[in-house]
Design a protein around this ligand. Structure first.
Ligand SMILES: *[C@@H]1O[C@H](CO)[C@@H](O)[C@H](O)[C@H]1NC(C)=O
Ligand SMILES: *[C@@H]1O[C@H](CO)[C@@H](O)[C@H](O)[C@H]1NC(C)=O
Ligand SMILES: *[C@@H]1O[C@H](CO)[C@@H](O)[C@H](O)[C@H]1NC(C)=O
Ligand SMILES: *[C@@H]1O[C@H](CO)[C@@H](O)[C@H](O)[C@H]1NC(C)=O
Ligand SMILES: *[C@@H]1O[C@H](CO)[C@@H](O)[C@H](O)[C@H]1NC(C)=O
Length: 339
């Protein structure tokens, strides 16, 4: 009897430990991964592109498409778009979405890593965005799109209202020609469409000002959460660029489309960086900041404020979960840190 009860006690302890998150996954900046780790992540994404869709969304053919389709379906609930003020669940929803992505890569594709993030400030601050290691054709996500005469940008924002937006500064615009995603056919998007297309990129320095180290510092200085979240996401009625929009529009092409941006796997590395900034902001004084949440919960004029009980939808990719579960990245429901 004794050994058995010892065993029971031990497994109960193990369970309690895992709920307390004693061994968080370590999310690293892309350039701190070695080549094997980079390849392992990129291969896992290609693996997800090879797996058959769960069938939840019309038009989705692969497991990769399932994630794009979920984002496309929920965009009006988790982003701004319709009103001047973004929804309060924006950061919490994306935090959860990335956990589901990370878990799918691990459980369905045998990957053993933690979601990498891309600190674009490093590249922009030294004036070498185009040379970022994330764009490496062999150990990155591939480079800019092929040059295209017609200058376009997705409907991420009303770009004409932004003072520094210069369509002529754009390069690329066509299909990405190198890297692991060059020949993959996307099925969801562009935008709200569901149409076969290639992955496009269109670098544009007009948006760099949103992702400089200085700008991130200015964002981190905002208080309370309500001001911080607006500054981080960017508000189309605020002149200039903010960090979330800046990262999307600097890459351009599929990344610049508010509905279908997860078509570019860089979406996850960009959003992980935003998530790390939110985490940094929370950690300044976790007693005060860890559970701060606010903002309208929908685009309706009479929308209620988001609270910790607000349920984050995941449209079949994973269970829906309350905001409360994702506030602390080491809370147990989530278990990771940024290093
Ligand atoms: C994905 O599918 C292609 C074509 O069938 C195959 O060559 C490749 O090895 C697969 N890659 C992964 C990582 O599953
Ligand atoms: C990102 O890079 C900037 C500029 O080098 C640096 O100041 C900042 O600490 C970095 N942030 C993270 C989360 O890596
Ligand atoms: C975009 O912004 C411009 C300049 O502020 C404005 O004239 C135009 O009506 C806006 N377009 C849309 C679709 O909101
Ligand atoms: C941002 O703040 C960090 C931490 O205080 C500092 O190390 C870094 O130099 C600042 N970056 C800029 C560009 O001001
Ligand atoms: C952190 O926040 C708590 C609660 O608002 C406050 O009592 C405390 O003084 C703050 N600590 C610091 C170091 O500012």
């Amino acid at each position: 009897m004794k050994p058995l009860s010892l065993l029971v006690t031990l497994s109960a302890v193990t369970l309690a430990y895992s709920q307390q998150c004693t061994q968080p996954r370590q999310r690293q900046e892309w350039r701190t991964l070695n080549d094997d780790q980079k390849h392992a992540y990129l291969d896992a994404v290609v693996c997800l592109q090879n797996l058959t869709s769960n069938g939840y969304h019309d038009g989705a053919k692969s497991r990769f498409d399932d994630f794009v389709a979920t984002h496309q379906t929920l965009t009006d609930e988790v982003h701004k778009v319709v009103r001047s003020h973004e929804q309060g669940q924006f950061l919490a929803w994306h935090r959860y979405f990335m956990k589901v992505w990370e878990d799918a890569l691990r459980s369905e594709c045998g990957w053993r890593g933690s979601l990498p993030y891309w600190n674009w400030s490093i590249d922009v601050d030294i004036g070498e965005f185009d040379k970022s290691p994330v764009f490496d054709p062999n150990t990155g996500f591939g480079g800019n799109g092929a040059d295209q005469a017609q200058k376009t940008a997705g409907p991420f924002n009303n770009l004409t209202s932004l003072p520094d937006w210069d369509p002529q500064a754009q390069t690329g615009g066509g299909c990405v020609r190198d890297g692991p995603f060059a020949h993959y056919t996307l099925n969801i998007g562009p935008g709200t469409l569901k149409r076969e297309h290639c992955l496009t990129r269109a670098f544009n320095p007009s948006a760099f000002s949103g992702i400089t180290g200085q700008h991130v510092n200015n964002t981190l200085a905002q208080y309370p959460f309500e001001l911080f979240r607006l500054k981080l996401e960017g508000d189309r009625h605020t002149p200039g660029w903010d960090t979330h929009d800046g990262g999307h529009l600097a890459v351009g092409g599929d990344m610049s489309n508010v509905y279908s941006s997860p078509n570019d796997a860089l979406f996850y590395a960009h959003h992980a960086m935003l998530d790390s900034i939110w985490t940094q902001w929370q950690n300044v004084n976790s007693t005060d900041r860890m559970y701060q949440i606010s903002g309208p919960s929908s685009v309706d004029d009479d929308a209620k404020q988001v609270t910790l009980d607000f349920v984050l939808p995941m449209t079949g990719l994973g269970d829906d979960a309350p905001v409360r579960n994702v506030m602390d990245i080491k809370g147990g429901f989530l278990c990771y840190i940024y290093v």
